[in-house]
Design a protein around this ligand. Sequence first.
Ligand code: HAM
Length: 403
Amino acid sequence: MINPLRGMKDLTFEESERFEHIINTASTIAKRYGYGYIETPILEETALFKRSVGESSDIVGKEMYQFIDKGENDVCMRPEGTAGVVRAFISAKLDRQPVKQKFYYYGPMFRYEKPQKGRLREFHQFGCESFGEGSVYEDFTIITMIAQIFNALGIGYELQINSLGCKICMPKYKETLVSSLTEIKEELCEDCNRRIGTNPIRVLDCKNDTCQTLLVESPKLKNYLCEECDPDFKKLKELLDQEGIKYTVNDNLVRGLDYYSKTAFEFVSSEIGAQSAIAGGGRYDRLVEFLDGKPTPAVGFALGIERIMELVKMPEKEAEGYYMGAMTPEAIPSLLKLATKKRLTDKVTVEYSSKGFKSHMKGVDRSNAQYAVLIGEDELKNGTLWIKDLETKEERVIAINEL
Ligand code: HAM
């Protein structure tokens, strides 16, 4: 027997219904906010992710599904969606147009991580990317949209926010941070020591308890924000307060991808174990430029579908459509003809084996239909059918073409 690969899984029956419900709910809400659907390839040039997600990130450093294809191209299965959408935005020369563009997408992402509960090697994201709007109002609007999606799915969350500064304030902060980290270098873990040289702000979200204790005294980015970033972050907090969206400011929230600046945020759930982030995102005003496009401010997020599937409250299933069955085999062709016609507008389940009334009624229960339609010998002779409304319990015999 061949099984799926480690960290990958099939979605069937009840699970796939949850999956679809999340995608449908999120897409409907994203469209209300002006987002249009975009589909980009799963396979991209490896250089795309190195230059966007960043060489120093765990994703690029350790987790890429990277290989050389038959044409000697260095390619990679996408570990996330933003890089591909930015590449598509530039490929279509949308960076040369004055119009603001908003895209939503969903699909599989691949990271060669150590699988555990809530952490897969193939997982799915729903994401949104907004291009051309540099105002913090857009950051607020995106956070509000995610909150609305979670509310619609019946999911509780905690929101954490931070500001990562911009090209003006970040370098000054990094310099101060590096000299403070160098003083405690000996006591920090191996990963942190490496990061001091590659990407020092990633030291802040080290999961090692000793490192975290040592970091309490380290300089905080919020005290270094520039004349633009500081008031923007204050404005974001005021708007969230006004909207009644609760949040905590997490000074150590730096995100695991290198492209962020200014607003960064994460939605976490306390109900799904250690892998608690259910959505993450932020502003990435310099990424379009890094990938050779015209400088364009941008902000976005992605939801982790599998983690949300654990939490989502599914709406009650309402009875719908028709169950059609025959009590004599000769009636089946008539039922099939009727079903094809009815399926232009309604859900129809047809039972192909002819059987007695009682067994059909069991089938009706399983199908969750609103109407049961049966044709027996008498009905076939008379060109009629027996129909029962399972809600009102009303039963009738009517001409076939009356249905
Ligand atoms: P991310 O935080 O790496 O951000 O991923 C977003 C979400 O994907 C996470 O919050 C989590 O729910 C889910 N996720 C990540 N890794 C796994 C995994 N191994 N197994 C299951 N679920 C996982 C990004 O990917 C950015 N592209 C988000 C973004 C869009 N920022 C701006 N625009």
